[in-house]
Design a protein around this ligand. Structure first.
Ligand SMILES: [Zn+2]
Ligand SMILES: [Zn+2]
Length: 417
């Protein structure tokens, strides 16, 4: 009998962790954290009843890999991911320790747990079948961020696909996902099951028009971007349309950009990306920051949801006629959400009103509704488990109407087949 348990990301987005069990084989898919709980302390996956004997990690976002080092307080299990995933994760794990210190929160793991996790890591390259202890698995490009994968496990003659986060349509950096074909059991993310995103062409046009309006009126365009994926994509997008305006890049995105430059094979048009990166200015000092904020520039900076990072400093010191551009989903309770809904920010416990115009542009790295449905149809599974979504019930109903045996899983729930 096969068992699939959600230890997180069931009926919620965040702390992805799923355990697949069959006759003593226990495979863990992802081990993430949920960062924006209402009390703003991270939430972790539920504890194991039976610990896994192998972990397969889909990508480097913290909601998929953020808690992995904590496993290595006691465990010695092998874990697999693509090479960029472990490189990027290391930067994010170290940042997690730093942030916990700053907030006087309990450390979820230590530097030595990170070292141990790295020691037990094994590389999984795309489209390569790996066999371990009677289990076969393959990683397929998920088109979501650098190194992201959907993971296909073959166990006792059954094909089980864990989608991870995915995006089908191409962006300037990624070609879009590679689908592994028909499977028996599918676990699919469904973050945006109820909406389609604008095409990248449309989003790019909106971004470039907004930047030009701001700069032509004498202001600076302050673009808030996630450090991982979005910063790198926006560097290339901006540079492929605008060559004559200085672009400054600030925040943790700089460090991740260096990792992106290490993996040419994971980027659609590496030369174009490299040229774009070489044409922007990385902000390294207070002096650079003063230059960047002068009128007529473009600044791409973290944090994507305005929760810390240099972006707040830029907003508070922006010349008149500047504008703020948000390029990612703004979670409830974050400064980004507050700014969009109420024109306010909370900085160091003070509430500040911001009178600069704010524009939201949808550069999502996730599949929209039609892409998710097409992903499920191509997998044509006997069972589809709907996860990584706030409420999967309604979408599961829709999939049932399309003829699929769809189950919305909840964190803590186990399905047996
Ligand atoms: Zn992700
Ligand atoms: Zn995710």
């Amino acid at each position: 009998m096969m068992r699939i348990t959600s230890l997180g990301a069931g009926g919620e987005v965040g702390r992805s962790a799923f355990l697949l069990e069959e006759e003593g084989k226990r495979v863990l898919f992802d081990y993430g954290i949920k960062i924006f709980g209402k009390d703003s302390k991270p939430r972790y996956p539920l504890p194991f009843t039976n610990p896994p004997n192998i972990a397969l990690i889909s990508h480097a976002h913290l909601d998929h890999i953020g808690h992995l080092p904590s496993l290595y307080k006691s465990s010695k299990i092998p874990w697999y991911s693509t090479p960029p995933t472990v490189d990027i994760a290391e930067v994010l794990w170290k940042d997690t320790i730093k942030l916990a210190k700053l907030k006087f929160q309990e450390q979820p793991f230590t530097q030595s747990n990170i070292e141990k996790a790295k020691f037990h890591w094994h590389p999984a390259l795309y489209n390569q079948k790996i066999t371990y202890d009677g289990l076969s698995f393959s990683f397929y490009d998920a088109g979501h961020i650098m190194g992201s994968a959907s993971i296909l496990v073959e166990l006792k003659g059954k094909r089980i696909l864990y989608s991870g986060d995915y995006k089908d349509s191409p962006t300037q950096l990624h070609k879009g996902l590679k689908h592994p074909g028909e499977v028996d059991v599918l676990l699919t993310e469904a973050t945006y099951w109820n909406k389609d995103h604008p095409t990248r062409k449309e989003a790019e046009k909106q971004l470039i028009d907004t930047i030009r309006d701001i700069v032509e009126s004498g202001g600076t365009a302050i673009i808030a971007a996630f450090a991982l994926g979005r910063t790198q994509e926006l560097i290339q997008v901006v540079r492929s349309y605008i060559k004559d305006i200085p672009v400054y890049v600030d925040g943790m995105g700089k460090q991740i950009t260096k990792i992106y430059l290490k993996y040419p094979g994971y980027i659609r048009d590496f030369m174009k990306f490299k040229e774009s990166v070489e044409s922007v200015r990385m902000v390294e000092s207070g002096k650079d920051r003063k230059k960047a904020i002068k009128e007529g520039n473009i600044i791409i900076t973290t944090a994507g949801m305005l929760e810390g990072g240099p972006v707040l400093n830029y907003i508070l010191n922006a010349p008149s006629n500047s504008g703020i551009i948000l390029t990612g989903y703004q979670v409830e309770g974050t400064n980004g959400r507050r700014l969009l809904d109420e024109g306010k920010l909370i900085v160091d416990e003070y509430e500040l009103s911001v009178d600069l115009p704010v524009t939201f542009i949808d550069f999502s790295a996730h599949a929209g509704r039609s892409e998710i449905i097409s992903y499920v149809k191509r997998a044509n599974p006997e069972i589809v488990i709907v996860e990584h979504v706030d409420d999967g019930d309604e979408f599961a109903e829709e999939l049932k109407n399309l003829g699929f045996n769809a189950l919305p899983i909840k964190t803590g729930q186990t399905f047996e087949f």
